[in-house]
Ligand binder design. Structure first.
Ligand code: CMP
Length: 137
């Protein structure tokens, strides 16, 4: 079993897609091991995306991520990191495969409904960034 961090971003929450997104993950064999909804602080969003801090889109990305509440989830499944990325589709919805979350619902590279960890190392960091072990069921 592999854990991965999933975030339903402010656009996904704003479009009332929380239930739809969770249903996709559950139907694809994921177990939700932890979940919470919160509005990130600027400091939290900057820390979460620190690997992107030199990118030209960093400021806008942080502004977007704190523009409304997000849903944070720890998802668990065999080969969960790769499976989650496949289910989400490419960062750019124009490149995302048909039927993926981003192809169906995302508006742009930035407003792309969901985040998912991209490696075992980032999953460890990202899960630990938002959840303590006692919060993971
Ligand atoms: P995410 O999976 O959360 O990881 C980093 C985020 O940066 C990515 O999804 C996008 O929301 C955002 N991002 C990546 N590339 C771009 C880009 N070229 N322009 C704007 N935002 C981007």
């Amino acid at each position: 079993m592999q854990r991965t961090l999933s975030i339903i971003k402010p656009d996904g929450v704003g479009k009332k897609l929380i239930g739809e997104v969770i249903k996709v993950f559950e139907n694809k064999g994921f177990r939700i091991a932890a979940m919470k909804m919160k509005r990130l602080t600027r400091t939290e969003a900057e820390g979460f995306y620190y690997v992107h801090k030199e990118r030209p889109f960093f400021g806008e990305l942080v502004d977007f991520m704190i523009s409304g509440p997000v849903v944070l989830m720890v998802l668990e499944r065999e080969d969960g990191i790769a499976a989650n990325r496949e289910i989400m589709g490419a960062t750019d919805p124009a490149q995302a495969a048909e039927g993926t979350i981003r192809a169906k619902w995302a508006d742009s590279k930035q407003n792309n409904i969901v985040h998912g960890s991209d490696s075992e190392e980032s999953a460890r960091f990202e899960v630990g960034y938002f959840f303590s072990e006692t919060e993971i069921c």
